[in-house]
Design a protein around this ligand. Structure first.
Ligand SMILES: [Zn+2]
Length: 462
């Protein structure tokens, strides 16, 4: 089989990999490019393959950088099945509908303000395209062995990254025998409070592995949680508000579980906790259903703990924009709101309201890309610009690194080593160039095999 790297090369977004055999072509992941403009512009380039010639798509998980291009593919002629795990099939519709709506809103705004370079700006795709893509989703249980092409079969296994996330094993049958190619997707760390550790890539001939944190090891988890408890505690005691910008899917749930544990251990006081993001609330329902239905994807201890695991007594939903605005007059409360880097969404209003307040605090719990408000706050900015106004930063700012859902350097290596045999070829993707190169160097040294950081659109034989 042949493998072509259509995205997630030299960057952490736009995961798209084409696999071709004599019987046809499939895609593993079909994500959006995100981040700075020059990366986002790649979404607008012609897709390198005719979508009508692709037989099937496999999605490793519901994050936008892995599934967000599918509506464009469908609009441009793809009609095949889109396979993914059952929980990914539940989360993808939330993500794609939100993505289409944002693009429609951005286009309407550009049209109104006349700042688009195009006379008649159009969204990358719209809600109709998103619904067409959602209609093609076909859930497959973990461990099921199902055909993609006459000579190619697929198995999804848990990746421990977010609910529904999977590794993807493709097995090609040729006259000479079988060839096995494993995609890591995004790999969890083995410490997710709801999910089992990632499944190792057993007897793979080749591996495609992510490298988001390929050049570093994560900070000590307990020390980070200690710091988080201290900041929350003193903020609430002085009557301030804790604002936590958070990605809508998974981060919110992991935060809630952590907050509940800290309350149970009397390390933080009981206070109202508001989830202020429609998408986060929709995703929370999917996680709740998984816990209530004892979904086999969850760990036995998470199932045993049950509903109380996520549902705190002081949990409140801010559903409407009015609910959200009311929070800005409150105090002694915790607000979890998107976006995770403070680049947009409802959290920007909360930052505007609480950054000037020395009693309040902002907890940064995710990756903060360069140039974002979150990154400026982490770097100690004394003022930041929100909605055209400069806002002074008097609130306490803390960066907590405990919530990463990506395996670090040591964890990535351990995952490959757990796979019984060393693969003949390893391809490093989904990382900034420094992280990908560092991981490649380390894997070459430790595993004595061919380790490659591919070029964009490079094709290799497996
Ligand atoms: Zn992901």
């Amino acid at each position: 089989m042949k493998l072509t790297f259509l995205g997630a090369v030299g960057t952490v977004t736009g995961s798209r990999f084409a696999v071709s055999t004599p019987a046809g072509t499939v895609l593993v992941d079909c994500g959006l490019f995100q981040g700075p403009r020059q990366i986002r512009e790649r979404n607008w380039a012609d897709f390198p393959l005719n979508p009508a010639d692709i037989s099937a798509v496999v999605l490793t998980h519901a994050h936008l950088d892995h599934c967000g291009y599918v509506p464009a593919l469908v609009r441009d002629g793809f009609t095949g099945p889109i396979y993914c795990s059952p929980n990914t099939a539940r989360l993808v519709p939330i993500i794609l509908r939100d993505s289409a709506k944002l693009q429609e809103e951005d286009t309407a705004y550009a049209r109104r303000k006349g700042f688009s370079r195009h006379a008649e700006p159009k969204p990358l795709y719209d809600s109709i395209d998103a619904e067409a893509a959602i209609g093609l989703l076909v859930p497959r249980e973990f461990g099921d062995d199902f055909p993609l092409l006459d000579d190619l079969r697929c198995v999804l296994d848990p990746a421990g990254h977010i609910l529904g996330s999977s590794t993807t094993t493709l097995t090609e049958t040729t006259p000479e025998g079988q060839r096995r190619l494993v995609f890591s997707g995004d790999l969890g760390r083995g410490n997710h409070p709801l999910l089992d550790p990632p499944t190792p890539p057993v007897d793979a001939n080749a591996i495609v592995i992510e490298s988001t944190y390929g050049d570093r090891d994560h900070a000590d988890f307990d020390a980070e949680i200690d710091e988080m408890a201290t900041v929350i505690s003193r903020t609430l005691k002085r009557g301030g508000t804790v604002v936590i910008p958070a990605f809508a899917v998974d981060r919110t749930e992991v935060l809630l579980i952590t907050l509940r544990r800290l309350i149970d251990q009397h390390r933080i006081p009981l206070a109202p906790i508001y989830i202020d993001s429609p998408m986060a609330l929709a995703a929370l329902d999917i996680y709740r259903e998984a816990v209530e239905n004892a979904d086999p994807e969850l760990t036995t201890s998470a199932i045993a703990e049950g509903k109380a695991l996520i549902d705190l007594p002081t949990l409140r939903a801010a559903r409407t924009p009015e609910d959200s605005k009311e929070l800005d007059a409150g105090h002694s409360q915790i607000i979890i709101s998107a976006s995770g880097m403070g680049t947009g969404g409802r959290v920007t209003h909360h930052l505007k309201a609480f950054l000037p307040d020395p009693k309040s605090s902002v907890l940064l719990v995710g990756y903060q890309a360069a140039g974002t408000p979150g990154c400026m706050l982490a770097d100690g900015a004394e003022q930041i610009k929100i909605h055209g106004h400069y806002v002074p930063v008097r609130a306490e700012i803390a960066q907590i690194d405990a919530f990463s859902v990506h395996a670090d350097r040591s964890e990535l290596l351990a995952w490959i080593e757990a796979g019984r045999t060393t693969p003949g070829q390893i391809f490093i993707v989904h990382g900034e160039p420094d992280a990908a190169d560092a991981l490649a160097a380390q894997l070459r040294e430790e595993l004595h095999t061919a380790v490659v950081v591919p070029e964009p659109n490079e094709t290799v034989a497996i």
